[in-house]
Design a protein around this ligand. Structure first.
Ligand code: GCU
Length: 381
């Protein structure tokens, strides 16, 4: 009798081991990723395609807002070139991206740095907080040394991030409504996609199959949304992005939807989204819907231990919830211990959902960049 109950206990313990993260996810009461609006469970890849369209539509209408049909035609022109940049190790170009749209003309600058020691390098497209190339958050020389090209642009060149002045950016090209019109995150992502249009014309110089997008914080929300909606990016890296990024809203600590309703952040997403302030549990999606759109491509979630506003646990659970679609597609998704929260630091690079958590606070550090490069080296993504 005693023996049996011991065995029973062991069995339960083992079950608990495996179920820890799964149970945490169950507690969050997430809307199901793989059940269609009509109640039917997704059972084939064909049905997933249909579900994917549904999810994109939900997110367009209730989250990021609808991108207007601008029918962009993009060209890039090199304004300036330095053949001996970064101590002679790289070629630098200052480029103007020029876009013809049905709403009018739009142009903005970007930087490009190509390492000389690699033929057709893979690329990081970095959404920057600053107009300059060399900034605190972007280690240009390390990136070049590791054989990656770097392209960066200043997000506010697409749409200002200061109250209603965003209207002077790309928003001016199309009529707006207060419900489902695109927010500034979607506009910044649109800018990244226009650079992608241009990069795809540079097949002689870069590896166009390996263009990754990376951003931090609000720009991590942007890189995620960009990569989710534009499948030309091979890897999508979202650093310390928190709410409306990789963190699940249901059960989230720190920032909530209400906190986005003030200042410039009230224009980051669409009007419908802000209606869910204090009612996150009624959102018709959660952030795993956004991340699932990246599949089967590579997704990277990075957190820092003391980033309580973003909530690292909810970021990890976001990645864990997204694993479902990779599993459905028979691909390794988040390969990580499921019996506990990740230790700090931890790195999980085996699957198509890469993850790390480091010590310290909200930041995009050299440590993070090196992890991104380790991951991309490993998967050739
Ligand atoms: C604020 C905001 C976050 C955002 C961050 C940033 O903290 O609440 O959502 O990620 O700013 O972009 O710096």
């Amino acid at each position: 009798m005693r023996q049996r109950s011991e065995m029973g206990k062991k069995h339960t313990e083992r079950h608990n081991d495996r179920m820890f993260i799964k149970d945490k996810l169950t507690d969050r009461k997430l809307p199901p990723l793989m059940i269609m609006e009509n109640g039917h469970k997704v059972e084939s890849v064909e049905e997933w395609k249909q579900r994917r369209r549904e999810i994109k539509e939900i997110l367009d209408n209730f989250f990021a807002g609808v991108v207007p049909p601008l029918q962009p035609k993009t060209v890039g022109s090199v304004e300036k070139e330095d053949k001996d940049a970064v101590g002679g190790k790289a070629i630098y170009r200052h480029i103007t991206i020029q876009v013809k749209t049905v709403g009018g003309f739009f142009s903005f600058p970007c930087h490009m740095v190509l390492p000389k020691h690699v033929e057709k390098p893979p690329v990081f497209l970095y959404i920057s907080f600053e107009p300059e190339l060399f900034t605190e958050l972007c280690p240009v020389e390390e990136i070049i040394d590791r054989g990656y090209a770097l392209v960066s642009f200043y997000y506010q060149d697409i749409a200002p991030d200061t109250d209603s002045r965003f209207l002077s950016g790309v928003a001016r090209l199309y009529n707006r409504n207060p419900f489902d019109s695109w927010g500034t995150v979607s506009m910044w992502a649109w800018g990244a996609s226009r650079i992608m249009d241009y990069l795809l014309t540079l097949g002689d110089e870069i590896n166009t199959e390996r263009i990754g997008i990376v951003g931090h914080s609000r720009l991590g929300k942007t890189s995620l949304w960009c990569g989710a909606s534009d499948n030309r990016f091979s890897v999508v890296i979202s650093n310390n992005s928190g709410g409306a990024g990789t963190a699940l809203y249901r059960g989230k600590q720190g920032e909530q939807v209400i906190n986005l309703r003030h200042g410039a952040s009230k224009y980051w997403f669409c009007g419908n989204f802000l209606e869910y302030a204090h009612h996150e549990k009624f959102l018709p999606f959660d952030q795993h819907f956004v991340m699932a759109l990246v599949a089967p491509r590579y997704l990277y979630v990075s957190s820092s231990e003391k980033d309580e506003w973003a909530d690292p646990k909810s970021e990890f659970l976001g990645a864990a919830a997204t694993d479902e679609i990779y599993e459905f597609l028979h691909l390794p998704g988040l390969v990580a211990p499921m019996d506990k929260w990740p230790d700090v630091p931890s790195t999980f690079h085996e699957g198509r959902i890469g993850y790390h958590i480091r010590k310290g606070t909200h930041y995009l550090s050299r440590y993070d960049w090196n992890k991104f490069m380790d991951y991309r080296d490993l998967h050739k993504c």
